[in-house]
Ligand binder design. Structure first.
Ligand SMILES: O=C(O)c1ccccc1N[C@@H]1O[C@H](COP(=O)(O)O)[C@@H](O)[C@H]1O
Length: 212
C-alpha cells in the first residue's frame, strides 16, 4: 500500500516548495496563536496559492470558533480542517457548515485514549492519531512527542486515519511497518528549531516515505 505524507506547520515559500517538490500529499498551516508556526490568513493565502490541485491544503486548529475557520477557508483557501481538542459534536458542526474534509485529532498516551476515536464516527472524515503532549504543555501537538505505536495493534479504526506525533526521517519507516499507516504527518521532525522548517529535513522525510 503506498504511503502518503503531510508536512505540517509551513510558513515560508521555500519550505512549502520543498514539501511539494518532495511529493507531499498534504501541506499544513497552523492557525493557533500560541504556536511558533501560527500564520495569519493573509500569509496563508499567499502560501496556499502555490499549492497545486493534487496537494491538499490543511488548516490546523485547536477548538476554533466559526469565525477563525471562516477566515482560513474563505481568505486562505484551505480545503481540509484538522481539529485538535474539539468535541465530536463541534467537529460535526464545522464539517457540516464548511462542507470540506474534516479530520479529528485524537491524543494518545494509553490504550483507553483510543476510545475517543469511536466518538468521531459520523462526525469526521478521518482520525489523526497524535501523541498526547504533557499536562500544561503550550501546544496539543507539534512538540515532537511520540506515542507507543503498539497501542494501535488490533484496534478497529472507526474511520480512515493518519499517524502523527514525533515522526522524522529516521523513524517513519518503523512507524509505518509497526502500525500499517498509509498517511503520516510530521511537523517538528522536519525543523531545525521550533517553528523553523528545514528544506533538507523535509526532503529526507519525504524520501523515506517514498521508499516504503
Ligand atoms: O504544530 C503545531 O504548532 C500545532 C499546534 C496546535 C495543534 C497541533 C499542532 N501540530 C500538529 O501536531 C502533530 C504532531 O506534530 P510533531 O510532528 O510531533 O511535531 C502534527 O499533526 C501537527 O499537525
Amino acid at each position: 500500500m503506498p504511503v502518503s505524507a503531510k508536512i505540517c506547520g509551513l510558513s515560508t515559500e521555500d519550505t512549502l516548495g520543498a514539501a511539494i517538490a518532495g511529493g507531499a500529499s498534504h501541506v499544513g498551516f497552523v492557525f493557533f496563536a500560541p504556536s511558533p508556526r501560527d500564520v495569519d490568513p493573509a500569509r496563508a493565502a499567499a502560501l496556499v496559492a502555490m499549492v497545486p490541485d493534487h496537494v491538499r491544503a490543511v488548516g490546523v486548529f485547536v477548538d476554533p470558533d466559526d469565525a477563525a475557520v471562516e477566515r482560513a477557508v474563505s481568505v486562505a483557501g484551505i480545503d481540509t480542517l484538522q481539529l485538535h481538542k474539539t468535541a465530536p459534536s463541534r467537529v460535526a458542526a464545522l464539517r457540516a457548515r464548511f462542507g470540506i474534509e474534516t479530520w479529528a485529532a485524537v491524543a494518545v498516551k494509553t490504550r483507553a485514549d483510543l476510545d475517543a476515536a469511536r466518538s468521531y464516527a459520523g462526525a469526521a472524515d478521518r482520525i489523526l492519531y497524535d501523541a498526547k503532549t504533557p499536562d500544561g504543555a503550550a501546544l496539543p501537538g507539534g512538540m515532537g512527542v511520540r506515542f507507543d505505536w503498539s497501542l494501535l495493534d488490533g484496534f478497529r479504526h472507526p474511520l480512515p486515519w493518519a499517524l502523527s506525533g514525533g515522526l522524522d526521517a529516521g523513524n517513519v519507516a518503523e512507524a509505518v511497518r509497526r502500525t500499517g499507516a498509509t498517511l503520516v504527518d510530521v511537523s517538528s521532525g522536519v525543523e531545525s528549531a521550533p517553528g523553523v522548517k528545514d528544506v533538507d529535513k523535509i526532503a529526507a522525510f519525504l524520501q523515506s516515505v517514498a521508499q516504503l
